[in-house]
Design a protein around this ligand. Structure first.
Ligand code: FPP
Length: 257
């Protein structure tokens, strides 16, 4: 397990009585389709509204002093959705980068993209690389976009990298440790998520950050992503701040034998 600083005291959070914030929050933005269908709208309208929520979530994460915000925007399994929905999601991501990149730079947000780059459309690859490069100098919130991401796929790619290093004689199989595995994951040099939020009422991880979630706290919100406003985000942060994280040990106030 990588040792990280888990909490940062942020004065501006006293308005809601939040004395500490997670350093890294990761969100499964679920419930877009159901939100739209309940209103008699096409599922894609839920995704469109979801981008609005995403922008607000980025601002709110900055306000609360969160250092890393990871958003699950498209999974490696989402390609099996109807072609029209897949195309719509691709177009939304492209538009987000085109429209918001300047504002993200102004807000000192560094973009990082995780997920498989293999077999990606060349123009999409260029766009995502561009977003990373143009924000590389930013020192504020790190916005991690999980795109074409699946944790098992990430792990397979990491296993291949490790095997190549062993084949090249750089590493002995018996010497492989957790840090070597972490260093081969897409999230290398990032702290593990402290809090994983899933909106939309389902309670599962859906192949998201399986290795990195080892000691994360989970928060499942019934709210669909298009309605996950700053108040709902604060509810998740408040729940987190009341959790007792023990990492397999005992809490500091544990007594007796
Ligand atoms: C899950 O809702 C959500 C997605 C598969 C896509 C999330 C994408 C966005 C919010 C916008 C695009 C991202 C960026 C970075 C601009 P669902 O469709 O599975 O909802 P359901 O469970 O109600 O069907």
């Amino acid at each position: 397990m990588t040792a990280t600083v888990e909490f940062e005291a942020v004065d501006t959070n006293s308005d809601i009585g939040l004395l500490s914030v997670p350093r890294h929050v990761a969100i499964i933005m679920d419930g877009n389709g159901r939100w739209a269908q309940r209103r008699g709208l096409p599922r894609t309208e839920g995704h469109r509204r979801g981008v609005k929520t995403l922008r607000e979530a980025v601002k709110h994460a900055q306000k609360r002093g969160i250092s890393y915000l990871t958003l699950f925007s498209f999974s490696s399994e989402n390609w099996s959705r109807p072609q029209q929905e897949v195309s719509f999601l691709m177009a939304l991501l492209r538009r987000f980068v085109y429209d918001d990149l300047k504002d993200l730079v102004k807000a000192n947000v560094k973009v990082r993209v995780i997920g498989s780059k293999e077999n990606l459309d060349k123009s999409m690859l260029t766009l995502l690389n561009d977003a990373e490069q143009k924000t590389a100098h930013c020192t504020g919130l790190v916005l991690v976009i999980a795109f074409n991401y699946g944790a098992r796929d990430e792990y397979v790619r990491a296993a291949r990298k490790l095997a190549e290093r062993v084949e090249a004689g750089e590493l002995k199989a018996a010497d492989i440790g957790e840090d070597d595995v972490s260093a081969c994951l897409d999230t290398h040099e990032m702290p593990d998520p402290d809090l994983i939020v899933r909106t939309g009422g389902e309670q599962r991880l859906s192949n998201f950050l399986l290795w990195q979630a080892a000691y994360a706290e989970f928060y499942f919100a019934p709210t669909p992503w298009p309605e996950f406003d700053s108040g709902a985000f604060d509810d998740a942060l408040l729940a987190f701040s009341n959790r007792d994280r023990r990492y397999g040990g005992l809490s500091s106030d544990a007594t007796g034998t």
